[in-house]
Every structure is written in structure tokens, then in C-alpha cells.
Design a protein around this ligand. Sequence first.
Ligand SMILES: [Fe+2]
Length: 547
Amino acid sequence: MRVLGINAIFHDPSAALIVDGRVLAAAEEERFSRRKHGKRPVPFSAWELPELSAAWCLQEAGLRPGDLDAVAYSFDPALCRDQADLNLGDPWDHLRADYARRAPQFLATALPGLDPDQVRFVPHHVAHAASAGLSVPEDSAVLVLDGRGESASHLAGAYRGGKLETFRCQELPHSLGLLYEDLTRHLGFLHSSDEYKVMALASYGQPRFLGLLRELVRADGAGGFTIDRIDWDALAKTRAADGEMTEAHADLASSVQARLEEVLLDLARWTYDASGGLSTLTMAGGTALNCVANARIAAEGPFDRVWVQPAAGDAGTALGAALALGSEHVPFTTAALGRGWSDDELEAELRRAAVPYTRPASIAAEAAAVLARNGIVAWYQGRSEYGPRALGHRSLLAHPGDRDTQTRMNDVKGREQFRPIAPMVRAERFHDIFDGVFPSPYMLFVHRVKPEWRDRIPAVTHVDGTARVQTVHTDTEPLVAAMLTEFEQLTGLPVVVNTSLNTAGRPMVDTPREALELFGSAPVDLLAIGPFAVHRSRVFGGGSEPR
Ligand SMILES: [Fe+2]
């Protein structure tokens, strides 16, 4: 069975290809089009398709569009309701259903040879649910929370034997995801994009509006929730994108974050009971990228195990829609499902760019040596990641022991200074340094940094004593593990700063040429690209000296 999954309707367009129970390829359109999030999250853009990523998925598998058994589209226009009924105040919302109905013909235009009759509509939240529940080997309770699907914002259910049982959906306009998006917009950030900045900001504030929010945002005791209108301006004034960030803004972020966590815990407990006590919870939907809330559900909720789909946002519904059609478990073992290049291809790119490069005996050791001298390393290895996190394939690495690293990294990337940077740690050393969810290979939970380590790794310890950890396991990420081992031998620290390989406002680097472009424009000391090393000092002079 050859199924191409497509996410196109809201934002983060993407494609994924499953052939005979194996995920062969999955990628977001932004990595190809170089437009962050692929498109604007408005009804007018609903017709835009992930043409480049879909074509690449097929090419990667050596398939033509006519070879597909089905195309799974992660939105079902039959489930749409009239916009007056939805009560979201968007007179153009009907465009989504209109364009979705025509998507089979649009897809046949984008992928010549495709039979439009092969296109199946998969309900948006079923696609999210499948991306989580069918990605683990065992039966699980499943919780989906996002801004919105066709006419709901949530699904609680369970996967048993590859079949989804739905317990409850929360209809719009009530939406925890849209609540968070509204707050994001109110605080001067870009909604459907910058929600993680609000989460970071929350830890700087006090939840002094929590009492009021408990009245306005309530779990209904039956697996759903209600949200009354919130007068944001009465709590903290609207902030312009370049406006001053005040204590009231941080307090508001803190309050909404705290209330979100409380309601999610309620929903998780209800879903556990409804599932008859399944021990695993799987989660997806953009709200499941809230790693602070995820950590609380794991710590305080009733489940033994919480697994979150790494591409929890809408990009993941391409994979989920394809999984939903197959109705079989396809355990998720790596997020490295995007494009990759052979060593020969990488070397050809370096020659074309006419930069001096070497092929050291160990690129892991070469990178570790630069990091140990407090250099910054652009780490470009293997296939690119599916989902929003850099996980050691398209990463920017630095020393965690220097307090100034956070400032330097945020400067390199042109980001706000309150943004925390995250650590990767050798799995074997995790428990010495951190408390919390283990394993954590996809950076979807926050962890507590043990007090005795906070001064040793200040760059990755957030203001509240936490860190969003990626655990690195030798069996799945041998090269990254080798780099961490080398770094520990040089410094005594089994931790390296890991942030995404991009500059502000741009998608993550995907191709070797983009890696070289970033290297040329940002003060990076070493580009470790496949087995090859490009040292800044040899290209431009200055910077970190090669060994
Ligand atoms: Fe969604």
C-alpha cells in the first residue's frame, strides 16, 4: 500500500509517504519553498498545496503519482459548519471547505498523473490522533488539542488494535489552541507561529490573573471545556511587535500558561478514565508542542507513559492522515525523515563553493574540539528533521558552560534575548543532571536541572531552573552521541547547547548550499557537514583556530 499524506489547509503544509507500513519520507514545504511555515494561516491560502515536498516524497521512493494507492488529505470538508454557526467571526472561513473540496483536482494538477479519485479526506483531528496513536507500538489513550480543525478543537479517544475510538470532541468556538493564539497576538507576536515564545515568557511572570482565568476557562467534567470571552486589554495592554515587554505581559503569559496546564491535566485524567485505564497517553495537535504542559501531564497525570508526536503541529497531519488510512501501527523511530545528501554530493557542493575543507578522521571529535574552545558549530548531518525541532541533524551547537552562550546564540540567530536555548545530553548521563521524562529524544518536555548542575551548565538552564532536554541515544543517533562523548572527555560536561540551524524568521537549513549560506553570514566557527570540516579561520581568517 502506497499512501501519500498531505497537509495543506491551515498552515505548515507538508507531505509524507508511507509504503508497505514504512514511513519513507516526510517533510514540511517551508524547507523547500524557504517561506517560514509555508504560507500565511488565512482562509485565502487554503488552496496552496505542498507541491515541492509532495513531489520530493515520491522522488525519494522512486514512485510516480500514478503509482499511489491513495492520497490522504488531512481535512474533511463534509465536517465543516457554517461560519455563523462556528462563531469565530471569520466571514471567509467557507473558503477552506470550498478549496478542500477541489483539492483532488488541484493535487492532480500539482502531481501530473495522479488520479483525483485516489484522494481521501481524513478528518483533521483523526489525522492528528493517528500521528500519535499509531506511532507507538502499544494501545494508547489519545488526546488531540489544537487551534481548530473543521469545526472542533479537540479530540479525546483511544487507539486499540489500530482502531480509533472517539470519546469526546470539543466543538468550536471553544479552543485552547485559539486561546493561546489570541494571547500570542495580544503580546505582539505572530500567532500560529510564536506560541513557544509566550511559553518561554510565562516563566518570567507571576500567575496573578489565574483566579479570573479559572472562572473563564473551565473543563466541563465530561471531557470537554468552555472558554468565555476574555478582555485581554483589561489585564495587560496590547503590545506592538516592537513594543516594550512589561511585567504585566509576563504575568498574563504566566497566568494563561498555568490555566492551560490545569485544564489539560483535567482532560488527561478524564481521558484516562474513559479509556479504562490505558497506561500510555499519546498526544498531538499544536497545543502538544507546549513542553511545559506536557511535563506536568507526565508528572502529575495518571499515565505511566506520555508520548508526544514530534511533528505535533499541523505538519504532522500529513503523516497522520496517511497512517489513518492504513490503520496499522508504524512505530516512530526517528524524526530524520527529510532530505539527505551523500558524502560525494556534499563534497561536490563544497568544491563548487570553493571553500577550503578537510575530511578529519572523526567529524565528531573535530566538532567537540571547537565546542570545547567555546566555538559555535553548524552541525549538518544526515536527513533533516520532520517537525519544528532540530534534533542533531540541522543544529547549531555551543558550549553550555558559558553564561554568555545564550546571548551569543540569540545574537547569531537574531532572536529575542528571553528565548532559552536547549541542551542535548548523552542518555547515559541524563539522570545525573536532570529530573523528568526519560527518554526524551524529541525535546517535547521540560526537565528540572539538578541544583548542583545549574552553575555548570548556565547557558541551558532557564530562569526557572528548567531545561528542554533532548536525550541522545547511541543506538539511534551514534554520530551525535560520539560528539557528546568527545566533548565530555574534553570538558567533563556531557551536555551541549543545541538550537536549530537557521537565522531568525527563516526556515531551518535544509540543503548543503543553505548550510554554506548560513556559515557565510553568521559568526559560526565550524561547519561540520557530513564528514567534512569547514573552519571559519581558514575561510575568512580569525575565529576559532582549527586543531
Ligand atoms: Fe491542527
